[in-house]
Design a protein around this ligand. Structure first.
Ligand code: CA
Length: 234
């Protein structure tokens, strides 16, 4: 690679900021730091970063507003929000404002680096989605809304394909139902009745892509965390 990828870290807590800088430099990224929202926004709006790691609670301008302002200017800028653990509201708000992903504090270095790599990979691939999703015993053609599964030919609705494509682009972690509602359905907020909608779609998908829908192996439930798509080994 002829050029290091540049990451902007916007974080007011010095220990976390410096820790992130060390980890990212160690993994081969060029890092720039901002310790207030004001400075972070000004730097982010220069548009010269491959990715912005954005804390939410910041002096000056908070991470949500920064995310919103970046999106006004640049819809493609990769952004990962740093959220407090178990703060679902923060996660939903961040994703609604257009963050590509989030990492909950306290995070493991490995998790963080995997998320960064995944977001950068997706952004380099542009908005073009994977044409074919391969699972154990199943291949899915996302453009033709069709596939081949345990029981033969499959057809999918556009919504079902969007769910599969979103899960397939986050293979390293379970995706909570709230997140699917925001990213696939475009809902601004989770309501219980809408969460059931997700479950109904997942059940329909399992009848198509699982040899035994009662014992799913491709589209698995991670208890208390969400759904994860088990991609076939390439
Ligand atoms: Ca903070």
């Amino acid at each position: 690679m002829d050029r290091k990828l540049h990451i902007l870290v916007v974080e007011d807590e010095a220990a976390i900021r410096e820790g992130l800088a060390d980890v990212l430099v160690y993994h081969g990224y060029a890092v720039e730091l901002a310790d207030t929202g004001t400075e972070g926004l000004a730097k982010a709006l220069t548009g010269k970063y491959d990715l912005v790691l954005l804390d939410i609670m910041l002096p000056g301008i908070d991470g949500f507003r920064i995310c919103d302002r970046i999106r006004e200017q640049d819809r493609e800028q990769p952004i990962i929000m740093l959220t407090a653990r178990s703060s679902d509201e923060d996660i939903v708000e961040g994703l609604k404002l257009g963050a590509d992903d989030y990492v909950a504090k306290p995070f493991s270095v490995q998790q963080l680096v995997l998320r960064i790599e995944a977001v950068l990979r997706r952004s380099r691939a542009g908005l073009e989605r994977t044409r074919t999703i391969l699972l154990e015993g199943v291949s899915i053609d996302t453009e033709n809304l069709s596939g081949l599964g345990p029981a033969g030919d499959l057809t999918f609705t556009r919504r079902e394909i969007e769910i599969l494509a979103y899960l397939a682009s986050h293979p390293d972690r379970p995706v909570p139902r709230d997140e699917l509602l925001v990213k696939v359905w475009g809902y601004a907020r989770n309501l219980d009745i809408e969460t059931r909608t997700v479950d109904i779609h997942i059940a329909k998908l399992r009848r198509k892509i699982e040899a035994d829908p009662a014992e799913p192996r491709n589209l698995v439930t991670v208890r208390g965390a969400g759904y994860r798509l088990q991609l076939a080994e390439p």
